[in-house]
Design a protein around this ligand. Sequence first.
Ligand code: ATP
Length: 236
Amino acid sequence: MNEAILKVKDLNAYYNSVCALKGINFHANVDEIVGIVGPNGAGKTTLLESIAGTHKIREGEIYFLDHRIEHWPVLKRRKLGLMLIPQEGNVFPMMSIKKNLEVSVLYSSREEREKLLDYVYELFPVLWTKRKNNANTLSGGQQKMLAIGIGIAANPRVMLIDEPSIGLAPKLVTRLFDTLKKIKEDSGNTIVLSEQNIKILNIADRLFGLEAGEIKFDEKTENLSRQVIKDLYLGG
Ligand code: ATP
C-alpha cells in the first residue's frame, strides 16, 4: 500500500553550529521497511532522533498519521505510535527481562498487553527462558533482542531502529533481519531502520541514501544497483 504514514519536510538539524541534516525530505509508507543507509557521520541517527523527538530540529516539518508533530514532546509522539529503538539505552539493565517488557506494554489495553508479551516471547524464546533474570545478564545479541522486544511490546505504528546490526555476529544479523521482516508482515506496521550492513538490501522495500547530511537517493531497493550501494554506503 502506498500511503505515507510518516513525512518529513525540509528538515534542518544542528549540533550548535554544526549542520547535521540539510533540507531533508523523507517519507515512510504503511506496511513498508525503509532503510536509511549512509557512511559514519552521514546523519542517520540525527534523522531518527529528530523524528522521535529526542533531537530538537531547527527547521522543518514532521507529519505522523496526519498530525504535525515536530514540536511535540517525545512521550506524546510515542503515545501516538512512534517508537525509537536507539543503539543503546532503552533497556533497564538492573530490571528483569519480564519487567522491562511489562513497562513497555503499559500504554496498551489490558487485553492487548498479554498478546503483545506472548508475541515478543514467541519471536525471541530466549527472553521467555530468561525472563526472571536481570537484563544485564543477557549477552550482547540477546540484549539487542530485548531492545527490539521492548519496541514491539509498545505496539508502535512506526518503529524507528538505529543500526540494529551493530556488534552482532553475521548469523545473528540474518536472524534479526528475518525477524524484522516477519514483524512487518504480521503487523502491517512500518519499520524505519538505519544501517550500514549489506543485509539491509534483503529486507528493505525502499532505501534512502544519506551522505554528509544530505539526501543522495530515495528509491525502491529493486531499482538500485547492489554494487553501487554496497561500495558507497555499506560496510560488512
Ligand atoms: P554513525 O553511523 O557513525 O552513527 P550517523 O550517520 O548516525 O553516524 P550522526 O550520528 O547523526 O551520523 O551524526 C551526523 C553529524 O553530526 C556528524 O557530523 C557528527 O559528527 C555530528 N554529531 C553527532 N552527534 C553530535 C554531538 N552530540 N555533538 C556534535 N556533533 C555531533
